[in-house]
Design a protein around this ligand. Structure first.
Ligand SMILES: CC(C)(COP(=O)(O)OP(=O)(O)OC[C@H]1O[C@@H](n2cnc3c(N)ncnc32)[C@H](O)[C@@H]1OP(=O)(O)O)[C@@H](O)C(=O)NCCC(=O)NCCS
Length: 205
């Protein structure tokens, strides 16, 4: 059972969530849980993002992360709050996180991928791995608020294999919700993506 939000305990780093994975172009990347000592790498990662990418993630111009945000993003309990990073060539290139909302088995997710690494399947990999981890931590559904103009994010959710529902609460925002259970449809979509990535890995060899 997940610990209650805000519980004070020494969070155990879940090293079992560290894995190598294949990006869509067949390159090998490392996926692992974020750690408090990623603070500097996170600041540098954020500093390399284009203004457009920052705007889509934070809904405002947000050139720098505050020290408080850096702590909030890097210090997680790995249960109700979990963030995974993708490293390529020992550099942090993508982050996905979930935060339990306190509503019945629901967590809010957010993603950001470095501009040079868009459309390589990293956002999708993070979503898959976050969903796998969340399922074993008592989370049953994900929710994300996305700008209506954010086609790539909406497309990523739709293509991933989850049964996505979109609610247009106001003109600018879309609330995306979906159960994260491992349906046959999801397992098939993940398998197809892995197959494509493996083919490209072999081609590269
Ligand atoms: C939205 C965002 C996270 C998407 O990340 P991404 O890594 O570029 O997305 P992906 O590469 O996983 O998905 C894009 C495509 O790859 C495809 N794909 C993923 N894995 C694949 C694989 N193994 N083989 C073939 N195709 C694959 C997806 O189906 C999708 O297809 P499309 O390009 O035709 O739409 C990224 O654009 C971003 O950081 N945007 C700014 C921040 C933001 O908008 N955050 C949202 C607030 S929550």
């Amino acid at each position: 059972m997940p610990a209650p939000a805000g519980a004070t305990f020494a969070a155990r780093y879940p090293s079992e969530l560290e894995v190598d994975a294949l990006a869509a172009d067949g390159t090998v990347v490392r996926i692992r849980p974020i750690r408090p000592d990623d603070a500097l790498a996170l600041v540098e990662f954020h500093g390399r993002l284009s203004p457009e990418t920052v705007y889509l993630r934070f809904f405002s111009a947000h050139p720098r992360l505050s020290p408080r945000e850096v702590t909030r993003f890097t210090v997680v309990d790995y249960l109700d709050r979990l963030a995974l990073v993708v490293e390529a060539d020992n550099t942090l290139v993508a982050i996905g996180r979930y935060d339990a909302t306190g509503r019945d088995g629901e967590a809010e997710v957010a993603f950001v991928v470095a501009d040079l690494y868009h459309h390589l399947g990293l956002g999708t990999l993070l979503l898959e791995h976050l969903a796998d981890a969340a399922r074993t931590r008592g989370i049953r559904s994900f929710v994300a608020d996305t700008l209506a103009q954010n086609g790539p994010m909406l497309q990523m959710f739709r293509a991933a294999g989850f049964r996505v529902a979109c609610h247009h609460d106001d003109l600018d925002l879309v609330r995306v919700t979906f159960p994260i259970e491992a349906t046959d449809e999801l397992v098939k979509a993940v398998g197809l993506r892995r197959h494509t990535a493996e083919q490209r890995f072999i081609d590269r060899l």
